[in-house]
Design a protein. Sequence first.
Length: 275
Amino acid sequence: MLTLRRFLLTLGPGVFWLLVFLVLPLLIVLAYSLLTRTDVGRVGLPLTSENWQRVFGYDALFEEFVPDNLQVLWRSVWVAGLSTLLCVALGYPLAFYIAFQRERRRRLLLLLLIIPFWTNFLIRIYAWIIVLRPLGLYPSTLAVFLGMTYAYLPFFVLPVYSSVEKIDWTLVEAAADLGATPLRAFWAAVFPQTLPGLVAGVILTFVPALGTFVVSDILGGAKAALVGNLVQNQFGQSGDWAYGSALSFLLLAVVLLGLWLYARAAGQRGLEDLI
């Protein structure tokens, strides 16, 4: 009885929050994906697997596979992956640059990094239209990459900066004493210490980029739909909530698969180091 009371007083509120606001909504979405569309924005019985068949490209009307959704999913993974690589290329050296500054300048740079969050996300994306239109880059795929890099760069820089601040520079000195070149010393002594922040930044960048629909819809002119656009359309214009729920779970499955592969590759302490 005492153990149960301690559980309710410590972990209880957190578990209750996760059950009510995470697990229960996911179960509702899963239930919707197995129901039949009855009207715009409405579902009902009987239970069916048709929505999941459509997700994987099976057209029940013509009894053939049309892999449009899988192509959109692959395009989403490719766009999110390239946007993440751009954030890595820009954000990794930027995190070191900020960390090497004096305290006052470092605080100013961190403030400039997070100050865009004080403005609504949609307003910031629409502002890019004004910037890119005179250059003839709107709408375009390049505009989508620029918008995604701009939107998610802070999510990458901040965890990497946190890791850089904790670097033990005596290891670099030891590597130099042993005759290592600056590049070899960085790769052997510095990079491994920033790896937890690097992985955290990649995940914090890739996951929201994979599910985004605002950036591609506004800056891309809806020319190349991503999986987020498909989900948004089902819950919006099409009103097919059952099919939209199945698409949502497909996106969730891809994200969870990526996290599982990371945990397997990183070993037993993979996710612990990430946290």
